[in-house]
Design a protein around this ligand. Structure first.
Ligand code: CA
Length: 365
């Protein structure tokens, strides 16, 4: 066969394949609406991070690239840093209203609007990164997360995890539970609630102002993320002690939000591409955090930073209060209670396994 004829025939065959695929998927008309299957789609992704912010902003960029590559350019995603299209804390609203088709953030940011959302980012002394993924994909967590966002027409996907965070940067030594009393610390979310009950004063300061607040003594301490981001923020120039572990964020999951109507307008194959690109990005971000935290911690050590553990007594008290806070917070909200019950049930199962598995090996290495 002449090459030209072959191309022509192959083209007809694939067009016929496409048509029959369309006929077999008539359950949702948008799958094969006029021009949809071969058409181009342009999406916007708003993010809760400054543009190109290490691991988080760059993770959003890589997700957008991945979707473009996997779809052969049929679905392109333009990424907006925080405040470029909407403020960081309005990402959820922007996706709900359709201002953007996608958002990239963390579910605990929306706890004022959707109280049950925060458990999908993680809880103090709760699941680590690996366990969070187990809960999402095989423990019913992602189904519940979708149910929680469904009334808003928004679909969530786990999109990465910081891994366990650091306890934070302190200009006051923490030698006992008493040292938490009166401690002015930048620590948002559930961790902040716990610190308040321990007698401290939690503050929620915008990222850009943390360094100055620490340096001038407006706050005594701050938590941020882990060695990679903390080093980039220069907190070692403003604080004396770097405490571990990040009891309040043992494995914080990040999320992508997708406008449900926008997703359903895509042909099925593009919907799958979005789903699997998110799953690939989920692995990618945790891998980056793991690698870069290791490098940065080594550099901070070499620079002589005073890195120390919280005393056991302090961690035990914080854990006791954390459990109290979590029980109280779920008592008034039926959905939060169901999410936390699922979280706890999964935790109970996976903890037994990790006690004799990962934990033993980690302790012995
Ligand atoms: Ca943090």
């Amino acid at each position: 066969m002449k090459r030209r004829n072959f191309v022509k025939t192959a083209g007809l065959a694939s067009a016929a394949g496409l048509l029959s695929a369309c006929r077999s998927q008539t359950s949702t008309a948008t799958d094969c609406g006029p021009g949809q299957a071969g058409g181009k789609h342009e999406w916007k992704m708003v993010t809760a991070w400054p543009r190109d912010f290490p691991a988080l902003g760059t993770g959003a960029n890589r997700l957008a690239e991945r979707i473009g590559q996997m779809s052969g350019g049929r679905l392109t995603v333009k990424v907006y840093g925080g405040n470029e299209l909407v403020p960081p804390l309005e990402v959820f609203d922007a996706v709900e209203s359709g201002t953007a088709q996608m958002g990239h953030g963390a579910s605990y940011y929306w706890k004022g609007k959707v109280p049950a959302a925060q458990y999908f980012a993680g809880v103090p002394f709760g699941l680590n990164a690996q366990e969070m993924n187990g809960w999402f994909y095989y423990g019913g967590g992602l189904e519940l997360w979708r149910e929680v966002y469904r009334p808003h027409g928004v679909i969530p996907y786990p999109i990465g995890n910081s891994g366990v965070q650091m306890g934070g940067w302190f200009n006051k030594e923490i030698l006992s539970v008493d040292d938490l009393k009166g401690l002015k610390m930048r620590i948002p979310g559930l961790g902040g609630e716990v610190l308040a009950r321990a007698g401290g004063t939690p503050q929620n300061i915008p990222v850009a102002e943390i360094f100055t607040a620490l340096q001038t003594g407006t706050i005594d301490a701050t938590e941020w993320i882990g060695p990679f981001n903390d080093q980039a923020a220069g907190f070692n120039q403003a604080a004396q002690y770097y405490y571990y572990p990040g009891w309040h964020e043992p494995g914080t999951a990040l999320e992508v939000l997708i406008n449900q109507a926008a997703l359903e307008q895509l042909p099925q194959d593009l919907q799958h591409i979005v789903q699997y690109a998110c799953q690939a990005s989920n692995l990618d971000m945790l891998s980056e955090f793991t690698a870069r935290n290791g490098e940065s911690l080594q550099q901070l050590r070499e620079a002589g930073v005073d890195i120390r553990p919280f005393p056991d007594e302090v961690l035990q008290e914080l854990q006791r209060i954390s459990l109290e806070v979590l029980e109280d917070m779920t008592s008034n909200d039926e959905l939060s209670a169901r999410v936390y019950a699922s979280f706890k049930a999964f935790f109970g199962k996976v903890r037994g396994w990790n006690e004799i598995g990962e934990k033993v090996i980690l302790n012995m290495r």
